[in-house]
Design a protein around this ligand. Sequence first.
Ligand SMILES: Cc1ncc(COP(=O)(O)O)c(C=O)c1O
Length: 356
Amino acid sequence: MKTDVIPTIKIEKTKQSKIKEVDFNNLPFGQILSDHMFVCDYKNGVWQQPQIVPYQNLSLDPSAKIFHYGQSVFEGMKAYKDDKGNILLFRPLENQKRINISAKRLAIPEFPESYFMEGLKALLKLDSDWIPTTDGSSLYIRPFIFATGHGFHASPSDEYKFIIACSPSGAYFGGKVKVLIEQKYSRSANGGVGYAKAGGNYAGQFYPTQLAVDKGYQQVIWTDDTSHQYIEEAGAMNIFVRINDTLITAPTSERILDGITRKSLIEIAKDEGIDVEVRKITVHELTEAAENGTLKEMFGAGTAAVISPIAGFGFQDKDFDLPILENPFAARLKKRMTDIQYNRAEDKFGWRVVVN
Ligand SMILES: Cc1ncc(COP(=O)(O)O)c(C=O)c1O
């Protein structure tokens, strides 16, 4: 079978839609799952016939390698509906490429490009009614691949499952967060898997994050693993810092996820005439700027919240508060970005993709 041309997707529709049980005016984030999922198995060295089936539980052998060796990668993206009923995606090819960058690092066979896009589009058309239209809400899309091959030998699996599942989700109102600049634990290291969206990267963050939550913070800001001097990223977001009127974000590296929101915001900010610097930021620079009043804003950037403003940060038992601004860059950039995503404004960058 040639893997670059997708065979017909076998579709089995649900006999009983769950959509009537859903309160679309009160959607949590990522908790409710739509009627269908896209599934494709890898065996005998090839990705098999893709299918769309009713959303359902899976049955796996307890010795499946995902349970023991954590061979899994995932993506996070969103589908939107405009007021004409068009289904829209935001830079979906970036997610398609990134899942394979992650897969390669985890010794998982790459998922064919056309299977990803065609499967996603077919699923969205089938579950189109699940795309919420209330302000700020969207259909959160979770593509993921994991090892299903069995046996306790610590080696790459010979069988995998690729799934796309969808969750109608409300606006991600995290509120302003207080973050702790981590000085002991590391999220990733040179030569490691930090740049991949591997499941284990997140498991490893939970314990240090719990410790930070116990101290009254909501999130950890990761620093580099050798010196803990450089600001890297947050749990599931890249970080931006505004000193005076310059917006600064750390360069991506083998330790940092190359976020699609991050790279889009860099372009939007430049287009807005904002001075943007992609360079290393030291914790010292941050505390100094907070003390002399030049630190104006900090925010996280990622698909779920788009932009999550930071109210203050803790570093070595000292807390630093950020000022409350009338017209923060965060609000301005979020509006520009979501107006493109929801088709409320011109898309001069060509990022929007209409599913038809
Ligand atoms: C570790 C990490 N950094 C950054 C991001 C932001 O990436 P994106 O903007 O592509 O969602 C995410 C979320 O995917 C993430 O998990």
